[in-house]
Design a protein around this ligand. Structure first.
Ligand SMILES: *Cc1c(COP(=O)(O)O)cnc(C)c1O
Length: 339
């Protein structure tokens, strides 16, 4: 038996038994390897260490009521990893290899998939790095694809409770024609100062505006932004936003619930007219937002006046969670059983 307090897991790293790895060498992907080591031995001149050739993914496996373990929308993560690889000239991982590696990583660590009614899940972290040496700025000749898994609780400490966030203008996470639309480590490096400062100032995250005009909402830290206004689900459209699979799923659910889905630029002023706002991503599904403070003007936008998440966000959250945990029929074909 594992000595894990499943209900109080942080969103952090817990050691599991195995991870899986695969190298691209001499023009092809090799055999999947199973490792019980938590470390990676790579060349000191590997391009991931110097020139940021690194991309990652994040998805979850859930233990369901029927005892089966289901992974949510892995095909979308596989596709996004291919886009990320293309975007920084790495060898892309074929979907078949992604699937095999993911299934193996989960199966080898099956007893780390948290029990069904704990709110916790098994986080799956695929990553792809340039592992071959280069001293001049060039893409590597060798790549390493890995997947590790770790049991996690909810991302935001507060759980499905409204959080406070701040709008900032003195840092950008991504340039308009840069790499904001792909899931590469460099974007995260660029967001760290603003994110840590937000935490120190008492906010759960920083909202980044579009880098060009500083007028439109781009992302809520490492999550997408959405708003509810009347019967509409509104989410920003921008070339520097990472296309969130959670956001994509929420849009489908909103439409299914008879709502209108609008993809459009959202200005800071628009915030005053919304009924509910939130951040979304795999880690938390939805983080409802209670208060947005503009760090420069001091202006405050408030939601959830009674302290609870709004009704539409709550409904969307519950439906997505019900599909993930197998309590609601998977009518969109989003889940995949690991057998
Ligand atoms: C991963 C990520 C998200 C969330 O995407 P999901 O597929 O929903 O997990 C949002 N924004 C950024 C910047 C991300 O890296």
């Amino acid at each position: 038996m594992l000595n894990i307090d499943w209900k109080n897991l942080p969103f952090g790293y817990v050691k599991t038994d195995y991870n899986v790895r695969c190298y691209w060498r001499n023009g092809q992907w090799g055999e999947l390897e199973v490792s019980s080591s938590e470390t990676v031995n790579i060349h000191i001149a590997a391009t991931c260490l110097h020139y940021g050739q690194e991309a990652f993914e994040g998805l979850k496996a859930f233990r369901c009521k029927d005892g089966k373990v289901r992974v949510f929308r892995w095909e979308e993560n596989a596709k996004r990893l291919r886009n990320s690889a293309d975007g920084i000239l790495m060898k892309s991982v074929p979907d078949k290899l992604f699937k095999e590696a993911m299934e193996l990583a989960v199966k080898l660590n099956m007893h780390y998939v948290p029990p069904q009614d704990t709110g916790s899940s098994l986080y799956i972290r695929p990553l792809l790095i340039g592992s071959g040496p280069k001293v001049g700025v060039q893409p590597a000749d060798e790549y390493l694809f890995m997947i590790f898994v770790t049991p996690v609780g909810p991302y935001f400490k507060e759980g499905f409770k409204p959080v406070n966030v701040q709008i900032i203008r003195d840092y950008d996470r991504a340039a308009p024609l840069g790499t904001g639309h792909i899931k590469v480590g460099g974007n995260y490096a660029a967001s760290l100062i603003a994110g840590e400062r937000a935490h120190h100032e008492g906010y759960s995250t920083a909202i980044f505006l579009d880098a060009h005009e500083k007028k439109f909402i781009d992302e809520a830290g490492p999550a997408n932004f959405f708003a509810i206004k009347g019967n509409s689900y509104i989410t920003p459209q921008s070339k520097s936003i990472l296309p969130s699979i959670t956001n994509m799923s929420l849009r489908t659910l909103a439409e299914d619930m008879g709502m209108k889905v609008e993809l459009k630029s959202i200005t800071v002023e628009d915030l005053a007219g919304f009924d509910e706002v939130g951040a979304c991503g795999t880690a938390a599904v939805i983080s409802p937002i209670k208060k947005i403070q503009d760090r420069d003007t001091g202006k405050v936008y408030e939601y959830c006046k009674d302290g609870n998440a709004g009704p539409v966000s709550t409904k969307l959250y519950n439906r997505l969670r019900a599909i993930q945990s197998g309590e609601e029929p998977d009518k969109f074909g989003w889940t995949h059983v690991i057998e």
